[in-house]
Design a protein around this ligand. Structure first.
Ligand SMILES: O=C(CO)COP(=O)(O)O
Length: 263
């Protein structure tokens, strides 16, 4: 983490939590994370679509500093796309972020880099901040090809975006082998790829953008390992899955990213 960049802790709830459970979880996180932390860390929750309106009601009603976002969006703005959710709807609900190209979408919904680019552009059209995800599988890691793989996937996922557009994104490096496995990447491994991501952003968008853009690590992040990860020069926060469903743990790891004190 560099002082140029405010860390971001994003809790990807995946397909967990009804809208009623969402209200309780957000209230419990907020209770443990008073306003003083938000000068030093941005904290966001990324619930399922069906929870967003309820989360908005709590955040607006209680004037919380925590923000929220969505896990996916359509590449289209409106029309005959049954089952899809447009960036316009998410913006209207007050979303700040939207995750794009999560490995679970790439794997289970065959999302290609082209789709990721289209969705990233759709997010930007509605002034949402896309969190663009990349990450290698175990075979690539074991073959030692992770830097080349992530560099290529990042370039493909940002293809055709201007430097100004790239500046409005957040990048998340989530090695697939670390997601939901309890096998977190070492801080050195996370740093190695996040540094390569930043070098690629220099190539694509120049030094100033690369200096400002936030690069997150994701994959089995918890309150025990966030300290080592966030201490790395190019790791600017985390995309947290399982640990974001536990209010106490999520608040604790957010507080650690803020530099303390513990809640
Ligand atoms: O995929 C992730 C967040 O998007 C990581 O999930 P876990 O933290 O459960 O490994």
């Amino acid at each position: 983490m560099s002082t140029n960049r405010k860390p971001l802790i994003a809790g990807n709830w995946k397909m967990n939590m009804t809208h009623l459970e969402a209200i309780a979880l957000v209230q419990n996180i907020d209770f443990r994370l008073p306003n003083k932390y938000f000068d030093k860390v941005d904290v966001t929750v990324i619930p399922p679509f069906t929870d967003i309106r309820s989360v908005q009601t709590i955040v607006d009603g209680d004037k919380l500093l925590l923000t929220y976002g969505a896990q996916d969006l359509s590449a289209h703005d409106s029309g005959a796309y049954t089952g899809e959710i447009s960036g316009a709807f998410l913006a209207k609900l007050g979303c700040t972020y939207v995750v794009v190209g999560h490995s679970e979408r790439r794997t289970y919904h065959d999302e290609t880099n082209e789709v990721v680019v289209a969705k990233t552009k759709a997010a930007l059209r509605h002034e949402l901040t896309p969190i663009v995800c990349i990450g290698e599988g175990l075979e690539v890691r074991e073959a030692g090809e992770h830097i080349a793989y992530n560099t290529e996937q990042l370039k493909g996922s940002l293809a055709g975006l201007s430097a100004e557009e790239i500046a409005k994104t957040v990048i998340a490096y989530e090695p697939v082998w670390a997601i939901g496995t309890g096998r977190v990447a070492s801080a050195d491994d996370a740093q190695e790829v996040c540094a390569a991501v930043r070098a690629t952003i220099v190539e694509l968008a120049g030094d100033a953008v690369a200096d400002k853009i936030r690069i997150l690590y994701g994959g089995s992040v918890n309150a025990k390992n966030i300290g080592d990860l966030i201490a790395q020069a190019d790791v600017d926060g985390a995309l947290v899955g399982g640990a974001s469903l536990k209010a106490e743990e999520f608040a604790t790891l957010s507080a650690i990213a803020a530099g303390g004190p513990l809640p």
